[in-house]
Design a protein around this ligand. Sequence first.
Ligand code: RIB
Length: 289
Amino acid sequence: MEKIPQVTVVGSINMDLITTCTRIPEQGETIIGDDFETAPGGKGANQAVAAARLGAEVNFIGRTGEDYIGRELRAHLKESGISGLYVEEVPAVSTGTASILLTEKDNRIIIAPGANAYVTPDYIDKHLHVLKKSDIVLMSFEIPAQTILHTAKRCSEYNLPLMINPAPALHMSEMLWELADFITPNEKEYNQLFIKAEEPIQQKIITTLGDKGAQWKEEMTVESHPGYKSRVQDTTGAGDTFNGALAVSKAAGKTMKEAVAFANAAASIAVEKWERRQVCRIMTKYRKE
Ligand code: RIB
């Protein structure tokens, strides 16, 4: 029997506050939006949920505030099949939120980190036993920079493969890129952070290209895998699904080409916003093909 890959995500949890509107308001302008909804989010939590739905055994290390939003988000993570939930409440602090303006072709996000700022190096060390049992560790940039670097050092100490999703784009110490095994910016983040990066960093980068798929380097050749056609409803979190899926595939020992194909397929389904059961069915079919 194939071993179930163990993926640990260290990252953010937010409640997404989503307003749908026909256009983004100008400075000083008020407009009437079309719709409002709340949805569980946060890059870390989204990646963890994607990995769990794709069949990995997932540990998630993060924090919420001591509020009803936090309780709701923890329940959502449990229901999504995350078996190792290491999410402690921070007293007197609110759970992270993301205010999202969604138009037909665009999304704009403002994060209020709240409890995500309390995912500290000490908190990681408290959960070192969780990290140590991982086949891969995945992190993005909505938790403090010093925690990201600290966790990366721990991964290297214990020889744990590390995938860094540099979103939102933040300039980090060179050491972080050296410690990472895989770095997954989107095109914008690549241009902001890596356009001038030298080898061997370039060899670790897998750049997502939206509906055009993703590209990476193998030796001196640029390899790519096209995106799958989809009926786009909402692209929010598509990158997170790509990262979760890529982590699952790499943890299962797939080649980069196989892993990117799998991640592209998962992301193309995510933007259609299907129900969970349908996603599982489609991905099972995809795996068999
Ligand atoms: O990548 C999408 C996510 O970014 C949203 O869920 C939001 O919470 C922000 O973290």
